[in-house]
Design a protein around this ligand. Structure first.
Ligand SMILES: Cc1cc2nc3c(=O)[nH]c(=O)nc-3n(C[C@H](O)[C@H](O)[C@H](O)COP(=O)(O)OP(=O)(O)OC[C@H]3O[C@@H](n4cnc5c(N)ncnc54)[C@H](O)[C@@H]3O)c2cc1C
Length: 325
């Protein structure tokens, strides 16, 4: 592949994530880019020193080890150090793990380096020797392909986009330990609270009964639960039921901003099938939809569809399923 003449002399691709699993995935993404740029894959690693070894074993040729955070410091507090390093070394690209903290780091880094961030990249594309990145926009309704206008590409990449390379034990590289630069002003961590463990693992469910806004009242959820019990299914929902109405916890909604599921059976009841929802269920093996509107977009995804009132169909379905048992 031809080198782009406008490219900076340092064609290295850097990765940073405070999450070790995501760092491994980013290293795979960086390898795709470095094959194009002819640069090295460089990991910027925080936390215990053992993580630097893992980064080498997963393909980093060079590691900047930022060390462990001092008590009360946050991941964002690495930004001045990262910005200083990047301004000095001028890598071709920096990929940051799209976690809550990672996104905060990317935004602050962009501001300091006068760059823009390409967020939540789903693929890197090289066209006519130029690097571009595809990422989702409009809540997942479309993919936009962009190319960085600056010399350095700053991008965030979420989990599951690249497969982490298998570790090669004993692989070593160049380890550097930059000085930590104290931030001029910092957020103060006031309290940490344990997040309650989720009551459901929707992505692992084999069958999901997904309830949408077609269900008129919260009391009617009892009927959906009876159906789910008979089918041995988990209850899922569309976003309005979890975020607007609060009928079900957030961990039960499916879609671009909720859970991604791959069940053998998805049964959508009163779900219209907007793209932000279907992105989270379009890998279901069999899709059944019940909706009174024959034009509802969910029917385009459905293997089996019933056009009708759910208040007639669900009791009849429960009766028929009970009779079979
Ligand atoms: C940035 C962004 C992110 C979003 N992320 C998500 C996401 O992750 N997940 C998600 O689900 N949504 C998401 N949304 C919202 C999404 O766009 C839709 O608004 C939502 O999915 C619609 O939910 P629904 O199908 O339950 O409701 P509606 O669109 O209101 O559909 C209700 C359906 O029920 C049918 N119906 C009504 N009464 C009956 C009856 N008696 N019997 C049978 N059928 C009946 C109607 O015909 C209709 O098709 C997002 C939106 C934005 C802007």
């Amino acid at each position: 592949m031809n080198r782009d003449e406008s490219r900076p002399m340092n064609a290295d691709i850097w990765v940073f994530s405070e999450k070790p699993t995501l760092l491994g995935e980013l290293l795979a993404g960086a390898r795709v880019l470095s094959d194009h740029s002819n640069g090295a894959v460089v990991a910027v690693v925080s936390g215990p020193v053992e993580r630097t070894e893992e980064a080498f074993e997963r393909g980093a040729e060079k590691v900047f080890w930022l060390g462990e955070l001092k008590p009360g410091f946050l991941v964002e507090d690495y930004v001045p150090t990262l910005a200083h390093l990047a301004a000095k070394e001028k890598p071709y690209g920096i990929l940051i793990g799209s976690t809550r903290r990672g996104r905060a780091v990317a935004g602050r880094l962009a501001a300091r380096l006068n760059l823009s961030v390409i967020t939540d990249v789903t693929e890197f594309i090289v066209e006519n020797g130029t690097l571009q990145a595809g990422h989702m926009i409009f809540g997942g309704g479309a993919v936009r392909v962009e190319r960085p206008v600056s010399e350095m590409m700053l991008a965030t990449v979420g989990p599951g986009i690249f497969n982490p390379p298998p570790p090669i034990p004993g692989l070593k590289g160049d380890l550097q330990i930059p000085d930590f630069i104290e931030p001029e002003c910092r957020l103060t961590l006031c309290e940490r609270k344990i997040k309650p463990a989720p009551a459901v693992n929707l992505p692992a469910a084999k069958k999901v009964v997904c309830v949408g806004r077609g269900v008129a009242k919260q009391e009617d959820m009892a009927l959906m639960e009876v159906l789910a019990r008979i089918l041995g299914a988990e209850i899922g929902c569309t976003r309005p039921l979890a975020e607007g109405l609060g009928w079900l916890p957030r961990e039960r909604y499916i879609g671009i901003s909720g859970a991604n599921i791959k069940p053998d059976l998805y049964l959508g009841i009163g779900v219209s099938g907007q793209v932000q929802h279907t992105i989270g269920m379009n890998e279901a093996r069999v899709v059944v939809a019940i909706n009174k509107d024959g034009q509802a977009p969910i029917f385009e995804q459905a293997d089996y569809g019933i056009v009708g009132d759910l208040y007639t169909i669900i009791p009849a379905l429960i009766k028929a399923l009970k009779a079979r048992k």
